[in-house]
Write a protein that binds this ligand. Sequence first.
Ligand code: HEM
Length: 378
Amino acid sequence: GAAVPFYGTHQAGIVTPAQDRLHFVAFDVITDKRDELIALLQKWTAAAARMTAGKDAGSIGAVNGVAEAAPDDTGEALGLPPSGLTLTIGFGPTLFRTAEGKDRFGIAGKRPDALADLPKFAKDALKPEISGGDICVQACAHDPQVAVHAVRNLARIGFGVVSVRWSQLGFGRTSSTSRNQQTARNLFGFKDGTANLKAEDTALLDEHLWARAGDGADWMAGGSYMVTRKIRMVIETWDRTSLGEQEAIIGRNKGEGAPLSGAKEFDEPVFSTNGSDGRPLIPANSHVRLAHPEMNDGARLLRRGYNFVDGSDGLGRLDAGLFFIAYQRDPRKQFVPIQTRLSRQDALNEYIRHVSSGLFACPAGISGTEDYWGRALF
Ligand code: HEM
């Protein structure tokens, strides 16, 4: 139930040990006025600092104001602890320049090269109405009510300046981001997050996670780029697939999560080991083989995704899958090449479909009360 510090060098919610619940929201900015956007970002930052500390969104609170006015907090988190709430903001390509080419806020020149639109990948089935967005906020907490409360209050405060484009609830983190966490399982039943970048790997984080001043956009130093992909899983087909086939598709065993070349979860996969049939123990088209840094010029990601079940789809199937979130220093060198390879060759593709996509620049952390989300941009 404890609070995660809001202020710091980096934004919370990236290497913070992944909480249990997610409410992710993408907003469109509906004003063209730069000062209105800045004023909102300042109000949001103050509300985020309060809510992550377990307080009401506004200084008056849900029930202490005058009877004639709408409260400055919606009230559903009254009495709940901070629950590890983190709020992480990101800025999408369209904030810098709209799809029509308009530089609404005078920041087009600040768009980082690394925030290059993602290419279309093989088999993409993206729905525009649940993709993209000018600004995103990733709310993570151990209590879903606390995460939802935070997103709801940010949307409320943003009335007239932003509108919610899409949002996604998630449960059951599918990645560990710290060595102190047990590896959780995704909806295919496999441990997910074993070979993830972890908070303790500080040298690797400097190399693969945090953007640097020399990278091209100085205002992003200490920040990171976020890619989101809503990936529908064809659960029912997967559930009729044999255990051996499932393990061959992932390249790890289901119980222990060990690579098929080893015995223990954290054994390094050895792709050159062949079985008695002369074929590699870890199949060449398996997910971990194709996603592994060895296949991708050393590229790594910090994955921080969640399971989702949005009810069922009217055809008797669960509308379920993985809301994939990955942080990195430069998507052009990390997510894009990895997903290019996966989208063409991954044996998993028969069982998954990418239905939404997002790309956001998440700046460094907030230094103190005088600082605000996005200050370096304006
Ligand atoms: C590893 C599942 C999508 C990148 C894994 C592992 C599982 C898994 C079970 C092995 C355990 C681990 O190391 O975490 C899935 C499922 C997906 C999916 C079910 C879709 C529904 C993706 C996507 C990417 C990706 C879209 C990136 C483009 C990786 C990477 C690894 C990994 C980099 C670690 C590989 C290694 O170094 O061994 N995934 N994954 N995954 N996945 Fe995925």
